[in-house]
Design a protein around this ligand. Structure first.
Ligand code: FES
Length: 108
C-alpha cells in the first residue's frame, strides 16, 4: 500500500508524494527517490544515524516511532536540532505515517 506524505525541501518547495509501505524503505529513501534534494546532500552515511544530512523536522502531529539511542546521540550534537527533529533514515515507511508532514532541515 502507498501512503501520502508532504515534504518541504531546503528550498522551501512543498511536495506531496506517495510512499510504498511494503518495500522496507525509510523517509530518507523517499526524499532521495523523488530527488527532492540534490545528490550528495542527503543520506551521506547510508542511513546509519551517523551523519546529520537526513535531519528533518516533523511539522504535524502524526505519531512517529520512538527515537533509538543512535538517533538521540546524533541529534544531540546538531546545532540546528529542535524538539521536533528526527533523522529521516530512522523512520520506516509504515501505514501509521499516513498524512505526515516533514521539512528537511538545513545543512550547516
Ligand atoms: S542518513 Fe546519515 S543520519 Fe540519516
Amino acid at each position: 500500500m502507498d501512503i501520502t506524505i508532504k515534504i518541504k525541501n531546503r528550498k522551501g518547495e512543498l511536495h506531496e508524494v506517495k510512499a510504498p509501505t511494503d518495500m522496507s524503505l525509510n523517509l530518507m529513501h523517499i526524499v532521495r527517490a523523488y530527488e527532492l534534494e540534490p545528490n550528495g546532500t542527503i543520506g551521506l552515511c547510508g542511513g546509519n544515524a551517523m551523519c546529520h544530512t537526513c535531519q528533518c523536522y516533523a511539522t504535524n502531529n502524526v505519531d512517529l516511532p520512538e527515537k533509538k539511542e543512535a538517533e538521540l546521540a546524533t541529534l544531540s550534537r546538531l546545532p540546528n536540532a529542535k524538539t521536533n527533529s528526527r533523522l529521516s533514515c530512522q523512520i520506516p515507511v509504515t501505514p501509521a505515517l499516513e498524512g505526515l508532514e516533514i521539512e528537511i532541515a538545513p545543512l550547516f
